[in-house]
Design a protein around this ligand. Structure first.
Ligand code: ISE
Length: 332
């Protein structure tokens, strides 16, 4: 019996996934500030109740687990309220806009002595990233040296402000790099092409990260790429490389052309990743064991910490080292 908090783009997609693709789940409550939107989604996906009060919703006795897909600044306080009410949480990224807020969630889990939050860095479940990690882990490409990433949206959402390319989009690459390389990030430098209007919302950013063992990860974020939603990359090892391919389901031959079609946003590109992520979350609740693949609150803290360092690196025009707290034992 799950409650869904927030039915914007991602919340509505989670409602669809749980209603249509995940067994052993009852969508019990749909909560949104706009009750008519909550009612629309509840009726569409068979939820039993509707609410516009998230604090009340996460403590309901007829709810076992909570999906938090409300605005970023509500993620940490609602996660904490849900944990304190004994509910497991699937929290959309980021865990919190600041590392300080993330630490508040870690503190509650430390006191409880167990992980209760899974963070929605779904790329860990994407088949292309999975194959990339398997190729590294089974030695096919030798020792990893560099990881090239690019992440392009059609256009920046209307609510995109300032450096959200770094704090909202790039955390996917921050988490994917940590997961695939099994490394933490030691430092980050951030640049912007001087040939574009860098004051424009969603202007491109180019980041170079150094891992603690000295590998290099570069990330291009372009939220106004115009041509399509396109996330690719290449993991380079001493013996070979793995190129991240997007799933291409068809090639249209017509009018003297061969045409592949890009998705308009991330949902089609990562549909399988979201399904597998959400399935793993339910499985982790039923088994009582956190998913060995999914991001936990510690991973959420690391992604927000790297993002803060990235914004500082851009603003100050210098490389910023990343100082983490000691990893609490419950995340070892
Ligand atoms: C958005 O918030 C997401 O999480 C998408 O996965 C990402 O591709 C997009 O850039 C973000 O703005």
């Amino acid at each position: 019996r799950i409650a869904l908090i927030g039915v914007g783009i991602m919340g509505a997609d989670h409602a669809r996934i749980f209603a249509e693709d995940i067994p052993n789940v009852q969508l019990q409550v749909v909560c949104d500030a706009f009750e008519e939107r909550a009612t629309e989604i509840a009726q569409k996906y068979g939820a039993s109740h509707v609410s516009n009060n998230p604090q009340e919703t996460v403590t309901r006795s007829d709810v076992d687990a909570v999906v938090i897909a409300s605005p970023d600044q509500t993620h940490a306080p609602l996660s904490i309220a849900a944990i304190e009410a004994g509910k497991h949480v699937l929290c959309e990224k980021p865990l919190a806009p600041t590392s300080e807020q993330c630490l508040e969630v870690l503190e509650v889990e430390k006191r409880l002595g167990k992980q209760m939050v899974q963070v929605g860095f779904m790329r860990r479940f994407d088949p292309a990233y999975t194959q990339m990690k398997d190729s590294l882990d089974n030695g096919a490409i030798g020792k990893a040296i560099m990881f090239h990433c690019f992440h392009r949206n059609v256009e920046a959402p209307a609510n995109f402000t300032g450096q959200m390319a770094i704090s909202n989009s790039a955390p996917h690459e921050f988490d994917a790099a940590r997961f695939i390389l099994d490394e933490d990030i030691a430092a980050i430098s951030v640049f912007q092409p001087k040939s574009v209007d860098t004051t424009k919302t969603g202007a491109p950013v180019f980041m170079v990260m150094e891992t603690q063992s000295g590998q290099l990860v570069n990330v291009e974020i372009n939220n106004n790429a115009a041509y399509g939603y396109d996330v690719r990359g290449e993991l380079v090892g001493e013996l070979g490389s793995v190129f991240l391919q997007a799933p291409v389901h068809s090639l249209l031959n017509a009018n003297l052309q061969a045409v592949e079609t890009y998705p308009a946003d991330w949902r089609p590109r990562f549909a399988e990743a979201y399904r597998l992520q959400n399935k793993a979350w339910i499985q982790s609740i039923l088994s009582g064991e956190p998913s060995p693949i999914a991001s936990n609150a510690w991973d959420g803290y690391c992604a927000s910490l790297i993002a803060e360092a990235g914004v500082q690196a851009l603003n100050e025009g210098r490389k910023v080292t990343i100082e983490m707290i000691n990893k609490p034992t419950i995340y070892q």
